[in-house]
Design a protein around this ligand. Sequence first.
Ligand code: PLP
Length: 392
Amino acid sequence: MSIIYLDHAATTPVLPEVTEAMLPYYKERYGNPSGIYQFAQHRKKEIENVRKILAESINAAPHEIYYTSGGTEADNWALKCSCFMGSTGKTHMITTKIEHHAVLNTCKELENRGTKVTYLNVDENGRISLKELEKAIDSGTVLVSVMFANNEVGTIEPIKEAGYLCKKHGVLFHTDAVQAYGHIPIDVEKMNIDMLSVSAHKFNGPKGIGFLYIREGIALPSYIHGGGQESGKRAGTENVAGIIGMGKAAEISQKRMEEDNRKLLHLREHLIHRFLREIPYCRINGDRKNRLPGNCNVSFQFIDGGSLLILLDTAGICASAGSACSSGEGASSHVLSAMGIPEEIARGTIRFSIGAQNTLEEIDEAADYVRENVKKLRETSAEYEDYQNKYV
Ligand code: PLP
């Protein structure tokens, strides 16, 4: 069975050019970059070359890029080490209610250790209020962390403005750009960003590799201790093949960004319009304007998103539940809940995340299948029948 992959926010396929670039590093170019002989020093040069490519892509300097094992590690490093930096044990940080668990669960751990954390609200579209952010900053605030773009609903936050406020008040500003990097332009200078987390598998690179940008002058302590790699800040033998793959994927995504986004927007709007036109009682979640180009998060009332996902899976259509409830965690999505979406609507939520490799035919096939199966599920829904009897 062929699959229709509409879950690019979860992970993306590794591009053939990327695999090809990586392969020699598993075969003949296996040298450890810390070695002193040429066979190792060439690897060192090659990973430094990637550092330049990554730095350029966000308008940073190469020595401000630190390789990590991905987004989760980069987030943990930025948050934990900012809060421990020169810590008296009494620190305050600010984040949002809609962050990825890589940030939220790190905050929980920080709270257990005495850090006070303020969680900013979001509006019905998932955007923070800059006024609320500025009000929350106090003399004990060491860090503000606001995600660049949300992984569930695709909403893009006012990062440049949030960064400006942090700069004005002398507070560090971190953004989790895992969903944004490679998809929308990022300029750490213009956007007043001090630290930024990136993960390669979200932009057609390999899994298990990413980076943390740390602005020069920020004395962020090391998170992983050991050898002297990454200027002594992040120990461990470098994932050379992964770094090479990330560099290739970064190069390609920067080059194709405009063209890919035009295509993604077309496919996304086509899917959204088909849902809104053909399926009654459905709503699109997230900001319609400030939104990742490939994201379509949709709630179908009177159905359970998990049941629809299972039906989609039988047809080879891969998507995600918009609500943790449907994936068996028992609670509705913290993102939808923060946006004020009622539980009975949130439970019928699916996230379709489109990639540049998708075709219009695939989108149409998925839309047809969703329409038929939402109808089928509603036919067996007592709640739907009740609603029809009462109001229609
Ligand atoms: N932050 C966001 C917004 C994400 O979407 C993800 C992954 O889904 C992560 C962090 C974690 O990144 P990684 O999978 O590289 O650990």
